[in-house]
Design a protein. Structure first.
Lengths: 511, 315
């Protein structure tokens, strides 16, 4: 290792400089005097817990939000970003976690949407459009046909179309918000290769991710925000994960995975020969009270499909499900809830929450029937349950009647958890319980999982993050191509063994 | 609830209410006769039918759907009730039959949407035509007219000096508000309209509740049909044309989002009253019915424009 900083050392030229940025919303100061400097050809990682102000800062750069105070310099010249279109025009691009592509148009049409090359009389010059789009995609080094319809592309490919779109606008600053959250390992490697090419072209990249390992793999510098303030900027090579976590949280997190083993009791859930044609094949497993069972596997291996089938959300073609030792027919989520099952879905915005309803309405949604007498809701019961959840989960909200759409990701996830705590479920299926939330909130959720297990609940935890699976599980199941491809005790499992099983390269009980 | 939360929840209705009062003030200034007890009761009475239909539509729209068939259901349930009355069927029985007709048609809508997986727009568009045709076939295209005083009481009677249609309207709104705010069914409508998948995964019987909400909408259309038949002393197979649009207008002016997941019947009542007051006031001023249409259309657009302007988050 040499002492040369990896960020294009010969030209540490600031492309974009933010100074003393302040933004207040009614009741909250989202940003308070934040500085940020982005240099050509660097990957600048932005770290912070949910609610630290990362999103607001990015929205200011991309023109979606105007700042109250502070100055923005582009190439050293003060500039006022007047809106998203203006930001694009001056070369500030952003790729949101949820893409802004039109699904039924082609990749090329999406790249040039609103800026299509024209022939006479305003007719779109389809050939010129395709040629230009293909050129950008090729330069990016991705194998995507500009004529392919976006909805048929994989998530990773759609992301590349977004990148191509930004480049077609001559983006000099490109913000990527959680770009790897929906990608497979292989796709992540390809993304990193693309990022390297963008760096070589002198693009300044802002990289936001909650996956700490990634930051060390591709970052050059890192800036940490906490509670709307800038708490530090470091060269990646000169910092450590524990220092960054300390900066983010403002305290030492003793243990990233505070696993506490609970006494294992009777069988809570048993699945025998479960089958869903073309999706799930001969699934067998048992969950016991007090046990946390991790379910690993690559995207598309059938983990979520298994959870949905057990929960009655998708029909099954065969197999038996036993809850508390009794065979049960689970034909609907309602039936599953009635039997004491709870399902925290991986996609909280589309499946977990009704965003327009309040914290209280969401928390009580599965329990509305139980909270009613003679068909009338007992408001006092609802308020009491919600107050209890807000306190025990430490949900940061102005009040129980706040609409959940206004809460940060971590707090939204806590509301989803609160739903299932309110139903007094005994078997929990958690699908990616910590996706897209910050380190502090993650630890809180791990502690909650411990508490649930200690109270005698059985937990199936689906996760794409192997460290999380290894750190929190008593036992680990690995799925591959719709089957359980491996089962490991916490003691024998390693990242390599899990990955081998997930790739279908290991037999049962490999060890 | 703290004042700020109250405003966040009810601010929209409050704004609509201010609009209603402003409108009344203007009309009072232009024509003193507007603000007399008899005229205001008259307005309430004229509003009652649209207001009752709009409750059902508000429920449907909150659940994320739409019902275009309400106007035709008014005609169909109306002629069913009327023909039974003419065959000397006892009034309560004829009323029940009319209401059951509306309920059944509404449930058909619901089943087509939930089990038939048709978009609500298509299913109810179809039933709109079927029910209209059914009413014309059933009556051979002729109105069914002339009823006993006992039945006519529904339009001409008074309870504590308040006209019966106004009493019906108030009762319907009190019940509807309670159902929406205090029963699981009401809560589920918001949840389904806001995020159907999340509601399903929370154990809400989405198909059941969606089917029922169209049934309720049909039932309220039938109630409106009875009120209309009693008022006109006649049931017409061509009655209720464009009633769905009036009801949608009242709902939208009242702040219910066509996207589903939010809304209130209180807002809808104010919306219906705004439309009623406007029609009445313009009549008093001798404004032609052609111009009235233009004005009402403009008010709908203005209401939603203001709504959007206030809701748009600041940059």
């Amino acid at each position: 290792m040499t002492a040369i900083p990896p960020a294009a050392p010969l030209t540490p030229r600031a492309v974009l400089t933010l100074r003393g940025i302040r933004k207040a919303y009614p009741g909250v100061v989202a940003l308070d005097g934040v500085d940020l400097e982005l240099r050509a050809g660097e990957v600048h990682v932005l770290l912070g817990e949910n609610g630290a102000g990362k999103s607001t800062l990015m929205k200011i750069i991309s023109g979606a939000v105007a700042c109250d105070a502070g100055e923005v310099l582009l190439d050293g010249v003060p500039i006022e970003i007047r809106g998203p279109r203006h930001a694009q025009a001056v070369g500030l691009g952003i790729i949101y976690q949820e893409f802004n592509l039109i699904p039924h148009l082609t990749a090329g049409e999406n790249i040039f949407l609103g800026r299509e090359p024209r022939l006479l009389a305003g007719v779109i010059d389809q050939r010129a459009l395709l040629r230009a789009a293909q050129k950008i995609l090729d330069e990016l080094g991705v194998a995507i046909d500009a004529r392919s319809v976006v909805s048929r592309l994989s998530v990773a490919q759609q992301q590349m179309v977004e990148v191509a779109k930004a480049l077609s606008l001559n983006a000099r600053v490109l913000i990527m918000d959680e770009p790897t959250s929906a990608l497979t390992e292989q796709e992540i490697r390809e993304l990193f290769a693309t990022i390297a090419r963008l760096k070589a072209r002198g693009v300044a990249l802002v990289y936001i991710s909650h996956r700490m390992e990634e930051l060390f793999a591709i970052g050059d510098r890192v800036t940490v925000l906490r509670d709307g303030r800038h708490v530090g900027t470091r060269l990646i090579g000169e910092t450590t994960m524990s220092e960054l976590v300390r900066l983010m949280v403002g305290r030492d997190l003793k243990d990233q995975f505070p696993k506490q083993a609970a006494p294992v009791g009777d069988e809570a859930l048993r699945v025998a020969g479960l089958r869903r044609n073309g999706v799930l094949h001969d699934i067998n497993f048992t969950l016991r009270r007090g046990e946390v069972v991790g379910l690993a596997g690559l995207m598309g291996s059938g983990r979520t499909e298994l959870a949905r089938a057990v929960f009655g959300a998708d029909p099954i073609d065969g197999g038996r499900i036993f809850v508390g030792g009794h065979e049960r027919q689970i034909g609907s989520p309602r039936a599953a809830i009635g039997l004491g099952l709870g399902f925290l879905t991986e996609d909280r915005k589309h499946q977990g929450l009704v965003l327009g309803l309040s914290v209280q309405e969401n928390t009580c949604l599965p329990s509305v029937g139980a909270f009613s007498r003679f068909g009338v809701m007992q408001v006092a019961h609802e308020s009491a349950a919600t107050a209890a959840r807000i306190a025990e989960l430490r949900i940061k909200t102005p009040g129980p009647h706040q609409r959940v759409v206004t809460l940060s990701g971590g707090n939204q996830q806590k509301v989803v958890l609160g739903k299932w705590l309110t139903t007094a479920a005994g078997v929990f299926i958690f699908d990616e319980p910590t996706r897209g939330i910050d380190v502090g909130a993650k630890v809180e959720i791990y502690q909650l999982i411990n508490q649930l297990a200690a109270r005698g609940a059985a937990i199936l935890m689906i996760s794409s993050e192997l460290p999380e699976i290894l750190g929190m599980s008593d036992r680990i199941l690995v799925m591959h191509a719709g089957r359980i491809a491996g089962e490991f005790t916490a003691a024998e499992a390693t990242q390599e063994k899990l990955l081998a099983a997930a790739l279908g390269r290991a037999g049962l009980h490999a060890a | 609830m703290k004042p700020r939360e109250f405003l966040a929840h009810s601010g929209r209705q409050f704004g609509t209410l201010v609009g209603l009062f402003a409108l009344c003030a203007v009309l009072w200034a232009l024509t003193p006769h507007f603000l007399t007890v008899s005229n205001l009761l008259n307005v309430a009475q004229q509003t009652s039918i649209n207001a009752v239909i709009a409750v059902g539509l508000t429920f449907v729209i909150i659940s994320g759907g739409i019902d275009l068939s309400v106007g035709s259901l008014v005609a169909f349930s109306g002629v069913v009730t009327a023909s039974l009355l003419q065959r000397a069927v006892p009034v309560p029985l004829a009323l029940l039959a009319g209401l059951v007709t509306g309920l059944a048609c509404g449930l058909v809508n619901g089943l087509l949407i939930t089990y038939g997986r048709l978009p609500p727009f298509i299913a109810t568009l179809g039933l709109m035509s079927v029910a209209r045709g059914g009413a014309l076939l059933y009556t051979d295209g002729r109105p069914v007219s002339g009823f006993d005083e006992e039945f006519r009481w529904l339009a001409t009677g008074e309870v504590l000096r308040v006209p019966v249609p106004v009493v019906i309207m108030i009762v319907v709104y009190v019940i509807a508000h309670f159902v929406l705010r205090r029963t699981p069914f009401g809560r589920y409508l918001f949840a389904i309209g806001g995020n159907e998948e999340a509601a399903l995964l929370s154990g809400v019987r989405v198909r059941l509740h969606k089917t029922v909400v169209y049934g309720v909408c049909g039932l309220l259309s039938a109630l409106a049909a009875v009120m209309l038949t009693a008022r006109l002393n006649s049931a017409q197979p061509i009655a209720g044309i464009n009633y769905e649009l009036d009801a949608i207008a009242a709902t939208v002016i009242g702040g219910t989002s066509l996207l589903g997941g939010q809304g209130s019947v209180v807002g809808t009542l104010i919306g219906a009253l705004i439309m009623g007051v406007l029609r009445n006031g313009l009549n008093l001023l001798g404004v032609s019915s052609f111009i009235q249409q233009v004005v009402i259309g403009a008010v709908i657009i203005l209401a939603v424009l203001l709504d959007t302007a206030f809701k748009r988050p600041k940059r």
